[in-house]
Design a protein around this ligand. Structure first.
Ligand SMILES: *Cc1c(COP(=O)(O)O)cnc(C)c1O
Length: 355
């Protein structure tokens, strides 16, 4: 008898998210999952080392009090405006469950973070997918139409394009009856955050993460920033599922990361600089490069099939991301690594293309 027979009808219908490859042999240049190429702040390691002792015997603070205070101070808000989760993927799951479960007409772009449709199927949400425009930007007028929720990644993934803050505000203003969720996983790399609107709009939820711009994908810490009402609603759902999602080491490490502004600014600027250099090199080689406000580039090689380039780069021990999906099958998503890694990428592309 197959395991399938044990599953509930609902579980049998699920189509799970497929994460990017994490090779264990370490011989690859990894430009496929938008991780930060730089190590986390040394203060993070120090804080975790200090916390890794006798206290692990105890449950962590279920409220994440100290961490919420540090992040609230950083953003100029109150701890009541902050929800902490085990990576922003978990924060998104709890937000979908809290605000969109069993609803229809929840708007999102047809091309965006591929976890959104997974949560829709898990929480029985009927999404209304809105096509990106021809140039892959978000058709923001469509989100001014009546709906039961809006979910946008800004900047969007995998397209790398940002929607200006004024457009985000228009959407939030036009939908006072529904929760507008802005997933800002990449905002630190080049767009104005909607966090500054939170104190004025009770229907706005901004989701952030330490995985990308703070080099902490392995620690699993993400946040939702929103009105007291929204955050309180998410707490209720969280405490009906798992009261202790963020472990002690993660809470300590996360607080240390947020406190080290100088390190954050330095690495963030370096990545933006490397991104601009890489974009110029690829453009020079005839690639179409979408305007990126993120730590990755979304590019179409033009002179060769995207899938062939993806496979050829793999032979050169360079991993990038290819999506075999309508509209984007001629594109590759390339994470920004160190300057040296990107130099090797450009060299490999040159070699592949002259062959
Ligand atoms: C990477 C990513 C996330 C998830 O980040 P974690 O905090 O590591 O779970 C969320 N949204 C988007 C758009 C992302 O690219």
């Amino acid at each position: 008898m197959s395991a399938r027979n044990f599953l509930s009808d609902k579980a049998q219908r699920l189509i799970p998210y497929v994460p990017g490859e994490q090779p264990r042999d370490g011989v690859y240049i990894k430009l496929n999952t938008n991780e930060n190429p730089y190590p986390p702040s040394p203060r993070v390691i120090e804080a975790i080392r200090e916390a890794a002792g006798e206290q692990l015997r105890l449950y962590p603070d279920p409220e994440c009090g100290a961490l919420r205070k540090v992040y609230a101070d950083y953003l100029g808000l109150l701890p009541e405006n902050i929800f902490v989760g085990n990576g922003s993927d978990e924060v998104l799951a709890i937000a979908f469950q809290s605000f969109y479960a069993d609803k229809d007409l929840v708007q999102m772009p047809d091309i965006s973070y591929s976890f959104y449709p997974v949560y829709c199927s898990l929480y029985h949400v009927k999404a209304k997918c809105i096509s990106l425009k021809e140039d892959f930007s978000i058709d923001y007028n469509a989100y001014l139409e009546p709906n039961n929720g809006v979910v946008l990644a800004n900047p969007n993934a995998p397209t790398s394009i940002a929607l200006p803050l004024e457009a985000v505000e228009e959407i939030v203003k036009a939908n006072p009856q529904s929760v507008v969720l802005i997933d800002e996983a990449y905002a630190d790399f080049g767009t104005e955050s909607a966090v500054e609107l939170v104190s004025r709009y009770s229907n706005l939820l901004v989701v952030t993460t330490l995985s990308k711009s703070r080099s902490l994908a392995g620690l699993r810490v993400g946040f939702a920033v929103g009105s007291k009402e929204l955050i309180c609603g998410m707490e209720t759902v969280k405490n009906s599922f798992n009261s202790y999602p963020v472990d002690l080491l993660a809470q300590k490490g996360a607080a240390a990361a947020i406190s080290d502004r100088a390190y954050f600014e330095k690495t963030r600027k370096q990545i933006i600089q490397t991104r601009e250099w890489t974009a110029a090199e690829l453009t020079h080689m005839g690639f179409q490069v979408l305007p990126s406000s993120t730590n990755f580039l979304f590019v179409s090689p033009g002179r060769m099939e995207a899938k062939d380039l993806f496979l050829a780069l793999r032979q050169h021990k360079i991993l990038v991301r290819y999506f075999d999906k309508p509209r984007i099958h001629q594109y590759l998503r390339i994470s920004i690594g160190t300057q040296e890694e990107m130099r090797q990428l450009i060299e490999a592309v040159q070699e592949i293309m002259v062959k």
